[in-house]
Write a protein that binds this ligand. Structure first.
Ligand code: UGA
Length: 439
C-alpha cells in the first residue's frame, strides 16, 4: 500500500482521496482552506455527493485518511501525489493553470523521496510535459520525480460509485517506473486499465467529454427539428438507442448541458484546436447549439405571453442536474436574469441548490422583477401564471399533472427536461410545452 497525498479537495480530489483510503492506501488530502480542512477532519463533506460522507467518516475513524493545510508534511514522504485542483475556464476559453503551477512548485520544494506526481485535473494536451519540467526546474532535493496523466471520469451525483467501479482507468506515462507504480496503486480496484502515453491520456479526457457533449447537442438539434416536422424526439431517441453503435445513454434532449465539465471542456478543446491552426468544427457546433438551447424555452414562452412583467413565475430546479448543489453553467443561470429583466416575480424551488443560487441572486427585489426561494413545490406553483422546469429532481418528477392544474392560476408549463407525457398534461388541462415534442 502507498503513502498518497492529494492536492485539492474538490470533487475530483476529495472523492479520489476517500476512495484510495477505502481500498487501503494511506491518504493525506491537502487544501489551502483551513475551515474546510477542519470540516473534513470532523467527517463533514464540503460537497454534496451521495455516499461520500459515510465513506469519509468510516475512513477517518479507521485512520486511513487525514486532511491538512500543511503541504510540506503531506508531500515530503509521499510515494504518489495526485493533483486534483481546478482548471477554470478563462475568458478566452483556455484553461487557467495557475492552481496546478502553484501545487507543482510546492511539490518541488517539499519532496524528499522518489515520487510520482499524477495529474487528475483536466489539462490541455502537453501540459503535463511542462508540469514535469517545471517541478524538475524547482526541485530542491535530488530525488526521482515523474509526472503521469490520470484523467478522471466521475460524474457529479454518482462520483463515489464512478470512482470505485470506473469503466476504465486511463494512465498516461512516459516510463515503465511510472506505469508500474500507477498500475500498483489501482491494483486493489480491479478495474480495466488502459495504459497510453501522457499526451494521449490528456486527449482521451477531452475527446470523451466532448463526444458526450456533442451527443447531447446533436439530440437537441434533432429535437428542434422534431418540433418543426411533428416528430417526438424521445421516440426518435428510443428508436435510435437499439442500435448498439449508438447506445442508449446521453440521448436525452433537454435545456442544454451545464456543469463544470462539458461547457469548459468543449471550449478548451475548441481553443486548443485553434491554437494549433485547426478548426474543430464538430465541437464548435456543439457549443453553439448548447448556447441557444439553454434559452429555447424562454424564447418559446416569450412568444406565447405578451409579457412576464408582474407574472408569478414558478421555477422548479436550479442546479445543472439532479443530485448536486452545483450551479456552474446551469440553464437556470441563463434564464433567471432574462425573466428578472422582464419584470417576472420568480418563486424558485430547488431541494439543495437554492442557497447557492441566492448567493448570486439574493432573495428580494431587482430592478424590475423579484425572486423568492420557497421550501416546497406547492408554494412555488400556488397561483403561478407560468412554470419553468430546469432540473429533473425526483421531487419535481413526482408532481402530478393535476397539481399544476389545481395550484396554478394559469396551468402553463415549460418543461426543459421532458418529464411528462403530452397527453397526460393535456388530459389534466395543462398547457404543456417541452423539448422536441409537439405541444
Ligand atoms: C461529466 C461526465 O459525464 C463525466 O464522465 C466526467 O468525468 C465529468 O463530466 C468531468 O469531466 O469531470 P458531469 O458534468 O458531472 O459529468 O455531469 P453529466 O451527468 O455528464 O451531465 C452534464 C450535463 O449534461 C447536465 O447538465 C445534464 O443535464 C446534461 N445531459 C446529460 C443532457 O442534457 N442529456 C443527457 O442525455 C445527459
Amino acid at each position: 500500500m502507498f503513502k498518497v497525498a492529494i492536492a485539492g479537495t474538490g470533487y475530483v480530489g476529495l472523492v479520489s482521496g476517500v476512495c484510495f483510503a477505502e481500498v487501503g492506501h494511506q491518504v493525506t488530502c491537502v487544501d489551502i482552506d483551513e475551515k474546510k480542512v477542519n470540516l473534513m477532519k470532523s467527517g463533514v463533506s464540503p460537497i454534496y455527493e451521495s455516499g461520500l460522507e459515510e465513506l469519509m467518516q468510516k475512513n477517518n475513524a479507521e485512520g486511513r485518511i487525514d486532511y491538512t493545510t500543511n503541504f510540506q508534511s503531506a508531500y515530503r514522504n509521499a510515494d504518489v501525489i495526485f493533483i486534483g485542483v481546478g482548471t477554470p475556464e478563462q475568458p478566452d476559453g483556455s484553461a487557467n493553470l495557475s492552481y496546478i503551477s502553484t501545487v507543482a512548485r510546492q511539490i518541488a520544494e517539499s519532496v524528499e523521496n522518489d515520487c510520482l506526481v499524477v495529474v487528475k485535473s483536466t489539462v490541455p494536451v502537453g501540459t503535463n510535459d511542462k508540469v514535469e519540467q517545471f517541478i524538475k526546474d524547482f526541485l530542491v532535493n535530488d530525488v526521482r520525480i515523474e509526472v503521469a496523466s490520470n484523467p478522471e471520469f466521475l460524474a457529479q451525483g454518482s462520483a463515489v460509485h464512478d470512482t470505485l467501479y470506473a469503466e476504465r482507468i486511463i494512465i498516461g506515462t512516459e516510463s515503465k517506473w511510472a506505469e508500474d507504480r500507477l498500475r500498483e496503486i489501482y491494483e486493489p480496484f480491479h478495474l480495466p486499465i488502459v495504459s497510453v502515453n501522457r499526451r494521449s491520456a490528456e486527449m482521451i479526457k477531452y475527446a470523451s467529454n466532448d463526444f458526450l457533449a456533442l451527443k447531447i447537442s446533436y439530440m437537441n438539434d434533432i429535437a428542434n427539428l422534431c418540433e418543426l416536422v411533428g416528430a417526438d424526439v424521445q421516440d426518435v431517441a428510443e428508436g435510435m438507442s437499439f442500435d448498439e453503435r449508438i447506445g442508449s445513454k446521453f440521448l436525452n434532449a433537454g435545456i442544454g448541458f451545464g456543469g463544470s465539465c462539458f461547457p469548459k471542456d468543449t471550449k478548451a478543446l475548441d481553443n486548443i484546436s485553434r491554437e494549433n491552426g485547426y478548426e474543430l468544427r464538430t465541437v464548435k457546433a456543439a457549443i453553439d447549439v448548447n448556447k441557444d438551447q439553454k434559452i429555447s424555452l424562454y424564447k418559446k414562452a416569450s412568444k406565447r405571453l405578451i409579457t412576464f412583467n408582474g407574472l408569478k413565475v414558478a421555477v422548479l430546479g436550479l442546479t445543472f442536474k439532479p443530485g448536486t448543489d452545483d450551479l456552474r453553467e446551469a440553464p437556470s443561470l441563463a434564464n433567471v436574469p432574462l425573466l428578472l429583466e422582464q419584470g417576472a416575480d420568480i418563486y424558485a424551488y430547488d431541494p439543495v441548490g437554492a442557497s447557492n443560487f441566492s448567493k448570486v441572486y439574493p432573495e428580494g427585489d431587482f430592478d424590475k422583477g423579484t425572486i423568492t426561494y420557497v421550501d416546497d413545490i406547492e408554494q412555488a406553483l400556488a397561483n403561478a401564471n407560468v412554470c419553468f422546469i430546469f432540473t429533473e429532481w425526483g421531487e419535481v418528477k413526482a408532481v402530478t399533472p393535476d397539481a399544476y392544474k389545481r395550484l396554478m392560476r394559469t396551468p402553463l408549463v415549460y418543461d426543459g427536461r421532458n418529464i411528462y407525457e403530452n397527453y397526460d398534461m393535456r388530459e389534466a388541462g395543462v398547457e404543456y410545452h417541452s423539448i422536441g415534442r409537439a405541444s
